[in-house]
Design a protein around this ligand. Structure first.
Ligand SMILES: Nc1ncnc2c1ncn2[C@@H]1O[C@H](COP(=O)(O)OP(=O)(O)OP(=O)(O)O)[C@@H](O)[C@H]1O
Ligand SMILES: [Mg+2]
Length: 405
C-alpha cells in the first residue's frame, strides 16, 4: 500500500492550497510560494560577506595549482600571473612607510583562443574578487561615440554589487588591447583617435586615479548622483593576440632576414620570439611607451598543441565534453567519445586556427544530428551515443543507421 500523503496545506504556515499561488508538495511535507520567498530572504541575509583576499594564506604555487585544474599548458604564463597577483594583493594589504612597492599590471600576449581571458577569469575566481572583461575595441576617448574608459569601472562596481570597497580591489581584464595600437610608428602623420587616444585615456585609470562615476542605483550615497572610485588598487590585466609582433621581434633578434610583412610559419618559433618581447618591440608595434610602462608583468602564451587540445577536451574541469554529457544526461542519454574520435576533433580544430575555441565549434558540428533527434532517440530507446571517428568525419544521427539496416 502506498503511503503518499496528499497535502492540502503548507506545512509551514498552514495556508490552504486554494488561497496560495502555488503549493509545492514533497513526500512528507509541502511548502507554499510565500514561505519559499521568506526562506530565500532568510538565506540571503545570512550569506557570508565576501572576504577581502586573505593575503596571509595567499601563495603563488597554490594559485597555480588551482589554475592547473582549468587551464592546460601555459605553465610559464601561469607562474608569472600567480606571482603577479600574489604580489599585487600583498602590496595593497600591507602598506609600509619605508618601502612603497610599485603597482604592476599584467600584459598577456599570445594567439587567439589559447587561454588569455580564461587565465584572468580563473585567477579572479580563485581570489573571489569582482571581475570584468572589457573590450578595448569598443572603448573611445571621452567625448567620442562609444564607451569611455570609465565605463569599465562602472561595470566593476556593478560586478561587486555596488560595494565600492570590493570594487576597488577587483580585476579588470582589457581584451584585444593590440587593436588600439597606433597605426604608424611616427605619431606626427595624423593623430589616431581610436588607438592612441584610447591608450592615453587608459593611462591615468591604470596607474591609479579617483574616478567619478554615476551611481548605479544600488546602496550607498543615496543623496549624491556620482560616486568616487579609487583605481589605485584595481589590478588591470590586458590581453591581445598581437599578430605580427613575433615577426617584429624576429627582425630585431635575427636581423632583417625574414623581411617585414613575411610570416613565421613555424608557430613554435613564433612563440619563442614572443617570449623575448621588450617594451621597445611593443612601441614599434604601436603601443605608446607610457602604456607599456604601466604593464610591467609581461606574459606570453603559446599556441596549443594537438595533445593539449585533447587534454582540454577530456581533462579540464568543466570541459566541453562534460558540458554536453550533462546536457544529454538531462534527457537520460549517455554520451561517450572513442579516443580516435577525440584525436580527430583535435586535429580538425588545429586546422581552424582559432585555438581551443575551435573545439567548441567541432563538438557542436559533431553532436548536432544527435542533439536534434533527442526526442526520437528517447522514443526509440536509444540511451547511449558513442561517438566514433566515423561519426566525427560524417556526423549523422544514429537513427539513420537504424533505418538503413
Ligand atoms: N589552455 C587552455 N586550457 C583549457 N581551456 C582553454 C585553454 N585555452 C583556451 N581554452 C578554451 O577556449 C576558450 C577560449 O579561450 P580564451 O577566451 O581564453 O581565448 P583568448 O586567448 O582570450 O583568445 P582571444 O585572443 O580571441 O580573446 C575558453 O573559454 C576555454 O574553454
Ligand atoms: Mg580573450
Amino acid at each position: 500500500m502506498s503511503n503518499v500523503v496528499h497535502f492540502q496545506e503548507c506545512s509551514f504556515c498552514g495556508k490552504h492550497k486554494n488561497i496560495v499561488k502555488k503549493l509545492i508538495v514533497g513526500e512528507s511535507s509541502a511548502i507554499c510560494n510565500d514561505c519559499v520567498d521568506m526562506c530565500i530572504d532568510l538565506l540571503k541575509d545570512e550569506e557570508e560577506p565576501h572576504a577581502i583576499v586573505n593575503t596571509n594564506t595567499l601563495y603563488p604555487d597554490d594559485v597555480k595549482s588551482y589554475l592547473d585544474q582549468y587551464i592546460i599548458g601555459q605553465d610559464r604564463a601561469k607562474m608569472i600571473i600567480s606571482v603577479a597577483v600574489c604580489n599585487h594583493y600583498k602590496r595593497i594589504s600591507n602598506k609600509s612607510d619605508a618601502v612603497s612597492v610599485q603597482k604592476s599590471n599584467v600584459l598577456i600576449l599570445g594567439p587567439t583562443g589559447s587561454g588569455k581571458t580564461l587565465l584572468a577569469k580563473t585567477v579572479a575566481k580563485y581570489l573571489d574578487v569582482p571581475f570584468v572583461v572589457a573590450d578595448a575595441t569598443s572603448l573611445t576617448e571621452a567625448g567620442y561615440v562609444g564607451d569611455d574608459v570609465e565605463s569599465m569601472i562602472v561595470r566593476l562596481v556593478a560586478a561587486a554589487d555596488g560595494d565600492i570597497e570590493r570594487a576597488q580591489r577587483g580585476i579588470v581584464f582589457i581584451d584585444e588591447i593590440d587593436k588600439i595600437a597606433r597605426k604608424s610608428e611616427s605619431a606626427s602623420i595624423t593623430r589616431d583617435v581610436s588607438g592612441e587616444g584610447v591608450q592615453q585615456a587608459l593611462l591615468k585609470l591604470v596607474e591609479g586615479t579617483i574616478c567619478r562615476i554615476p551611481q548605479s542605483g544600488k546602496r550607498k550615497n543615496p543623496n549624491s548622483d556620482m560616486i568616487e572610485v579609487d583605481t589605485t588598487n584595481i589590478l588591470f590585466i590586458a590581453g591581445g593576440a598581437f599578430v605580427g609582433l613575433s615577426e617584429l621581434i624576429a627582425n630585431r633578434i635575427d636581423g632583417n632576414s625574414i623581411g617585414f610583412g613575411a610570416t613565421i610559419n613555424n608557430q613554435r618559433k613564433a612563440d619563442s620570439y614572443l617570449e623575448q618581447v621588450t617594451p621597445d618591440d611593443l612601441t614599434k608595434f604601436g603601443m605608446i611607451p607610457e602604456f607599456t610602462g604601466r604593464f610591467t608583468s609581461r606574459v606570453s602564451i603559446s599556441e596549443l598543441t594537438k595533445e593539449q587540445l585533447v587534454a582540454i577536451l577530456t581533462q579540464v574541469r568543466n570541459s566541453y565534453i562534460s558540458q554536453y554529457h550533462f546536457l544529454l544526461g538531462i534527457d537520460s542519454i549517455e554520451l561517450a567519445f572513442d579516443q580516435p574520435a577525440i584525436e580527430q576533433i583535435a586535429e580538425n580544430c588545429l586546422k581552424l586556427k582559432t585555438g581551443a575555441r575551435g573545439l567548441h565549434t567541432e563538438i557542436e558540428r559533431v553532436l548536432l544530428p544527435h542533439m536534434y533527434n533527442v526526442q526520437k532517440y528517447r522514443n526509440s530507446n536509444i540511451n547511449k551515443i558513442n561517438i566514433s571517428r566515423e561519426l566525427v568525419e560524417n556526423p549523422v544521427s544514429l537513427l539513420e543507421n537504424h533505418e538503413s539496416r
